[in-house]
Write a protein that binds this ligand. Structure first.
Ligand code: OSB
Ligand code: MG
Length: 370
């Protein structure tokens, strides 16, 4: 596929409700969209970075630098067979996986258009629909959080995940169990604790969480292994799994019993699939994580989550209206009455088109490289 031109569009889409984590409070999705022009076709990718380096070391500024100054100049007017060749070509660039994934995703889109096959088929996905859960941010009061939990339980979301951080953890969980009984509940600390908090995590075992997501620092695999050996609740790693090698190390060290794959965090769906296969081979339950994506990234997550290893656990791939009044795909991603999302493929006729008018309306900056 010859690369003729690449546009990067920075859009801001307001959240219908602020999303508060242990690291920051988001009021909008500030995202970079990637438009790759190739031989008469246009492939889209969505970069999953945020406006600052809070979740992982990259942010929109670093992505823009790496794409504009390093990756794009090296592929413009060149031929790239597809995602695998792209990843191999840029192996020499350390880290910067969100940047790589943004282009990689657009190449999957182009490959899909050229071959007439869905991304699900190209990846080897086997599932027709995926089971969704909800990730809820922190709220000012417990009552506000309860109302949010109630709202998504009523809509049928298969699992409730809440954000925790020091000072807002065990009491919140205790309260939720009291109010909502034995719902499928998980917590995500986004690295807010250290091994000094082991007693807290031991105390959480009583609340039968499905798993505890990323309790400790992203580099603390050894500490996660120590923590996992002292508690019965499975640890699920998110931030720590930033590569195939990191996942291999986590499995060897027994640092977790569940893995959340965000293909963007590991450099794209090609790498994500390799990690999926590794986890399946080790019987590690998997689910697909989210980054409050706009429609382009959300649809690609749906396709990725159709891989055979993503079975019992619900994904952080909600309906688009969980975050936004308006999105950039037509139709907006939505749930079925079973609270699943149908995976687009060649046979079911589900097709999302990119709403370029909506993108224009949300755009705050636009770079063109040709
Ligand atoms: O840790 O999973 C996370 C959002 C932004 C950054 C990190 C995370 C999240 C979420 C939201 O939990 C998942 C989603 O609904 O997209
Ligand atoms: Mg997480």
């Amino acid at each position: 596929m010859r690369i003729d031109r690449i546009d990067i569009i920075n859009v801001h889409n307001p959240f219908n409700h602020p999303f508060t984590t242990s690291f920051t409070s988001f009021v909008n999705r500030d995202a970079l969209l990637i438009k790759v022009y190739s031989e008469g076709l246009v492939g889209w990718g969505e970069c999953k970075a945020f406006y600052g380096p809070f979740y992982n070391p990259e942010d929109n500024g670093t992505v823009l630098h790496v794409l504009k100054n390093i990756i794009i100049p090296a592929i413009l007017h060149e031929d790239i067979a597809g995602p695998a060749e792209f990843i191999e070509k840029f192996k020499y660039i350390k880290g910067n996986r969100l940047a790589k994934a943004a282009i990689e995703n657009a190449l999957w889109d182009l490959l899909s258009q050229r071959s007439g096959k869905s991304i699900k088929t190209l990846l080897g996905g086997t599932q027709d629909e995926i089971k969704v859960g909800v990730s809820l941010g922190s709220e000012k009061t417990l009552d506000d959080l309860y109302r949010m939990i109630e709202k998504y339980l009523k809509l049928g979301y298969h699992r409730t995940k809440i954000k925790i951080h020091p000072g807002k953890d065990i009491e919140v969980i205790k309260g939720i169990r009291k109010e909502f009984g034995d719902i499928t509940l998980t917590v995500d600390a986004n690295s807010a604790y250290t091994l000094k908090d082991v007693e807290l995590f031991k105390a959480l075992d009583e609340y039968k969480l499905q798993y505890i997501e990323q309790p400790l620092g992203e580099c603390d695999l050894v500490d996660h292994a120590e923590l996992q050996s002292q508690i019965t609740t499975p640890i699920c790693l998110d931030e720590s799994i930033d590569s195939y090698e990191a996942c291999e190390a986590a499995i060897k060290l027994k640092a977790c019993r569940v893995v959340n794959i965000k293909s963007s965090r590991v450099g794209g769906m090609y790498e994500g699939k390799r990690i999926h296969d590794l986890c399946v081979a080790h019987n590690i339950p998997l689910w697909c994580g989210g980054m409050t994506e706009l429609g382009i990234g959300r649809v690609q997550n749906v396709s990725f989550a159709s891989l055979p290893g993503f079975t019992e656990l619900a994904h952080d791939v909600a309906a688009a209206n969980r975050y936004f009044e308006k999105d950039i795909t037509i139709p907006m991603v939505d749930i079925t009455d079973r609270c699943t999302i149908i995976v687009p493929d060649e046979t079911n006729g589900i097709k999302y088109t990119i709403d370029e008018n909506a993108i224009d309306a949300m755009a705050v900056a636009h770079w063109i490289m040709k």
